[in-house]
Design a protein around this ligand. Structure first.
Ligand code: TMP
Length: 206
């Protein structure tokens, strides 16, 4: 079995400042060392992103979940599905577990609502592997706040919000043990990268 003939969809999830971008760079390097150039992408993307990550809160939780799924529908159709159909591996920074955690569990849209949206928009398609980066809220938030990119709407939602978010991601990992791996992200970058690579390489025929 070769990598290119069996493309996979890998997602990274977690709270703010968990180190997803850094770890995606490391993971991509590992793939490149095997001669594979993965497609790196993220959600939310496109024009909807700015409506969600900048400025002040202005969406009801269900509207916010719908916006994330609207961005996702576009992203799946324009980027993810074509890449997989073309035989490429796709590594995505956040996917539907973020909607389940942020909007479903914590903001109050409800897990049932998010789950129904998932069925409507995404159907039976799902990531082959989801790596959920877990670390203490204070560590993540101080890292995230050091980034001055103005994309801080969720970061500003407060300590209690982010503590609940951490629990929500742990719950998602517990409910989806076949797909999700909870990664201890409160370690050095290289150690986290190694833990992630173990999870990836033990799961797929590399
Ligand atoms: P990022 O900071 O990882 O780029 O993600 C942008 C923000 O969007 C982040 O604070 C989490 C939030 N988000 C949701 O609330 N729901 C979602 O479905 C997604 C994909 C992201």
């Amino acid at each position: 079995m070769t990598l290119s003939s069996h493309p996979k969809f890998i997602t990274l999830e977690g709270g703010e400042g968990a180190g997803k971008s850094t770890q995606i760079d490391h993971l991509a390097e590992k793939f490149r060392s095997l001669g594979i150039e993965p497609v790196l992408t993220r959600e939310p993307e496109g024009p909807i992103r700015d409506l969600l990550v900048r400025g002040d809160a202005r969406w009801a939780p269900k509207s916010e979940a719908l916006l994330h799924f609207a961005a996702r529908a576009e992203h799946l159709e324009a980027v993810v599905q074509p890449a997989l159909a073309d035989g490429q591996w796709v590594i995505c920074d956040r996917f539907a577990d973020s909607t389940m955690a942020y909007q479903g569990y914590v903001q109050g849209a409800g897990p049932g609502f998010v789950s129904e949206l998932y069925d409507l928009v995404v159907g039976s398609f799902a990531p082959d592997l989801t790596l959920i980066l877990d670390l203490p809220v204070t560590t993540g938030l101080s890292r995230a706040q050091a980034r001055k990119d103005g994309e801080d709407r969720y970061e500003r939602m407060g300590q209690t919000f982010h503590e609940s978010l951490r629990e929500a991601f742990k719950e998602i990992a517990k409910l989806n043990p076949d797909r999700c791996v909870l990664i201890d992200a409160d370690q050095g970058i290289d150690d986290v990268a190694e833990t992630i690579w173990q999870a990836v390489s033990s799961r797929f025929d590399l």
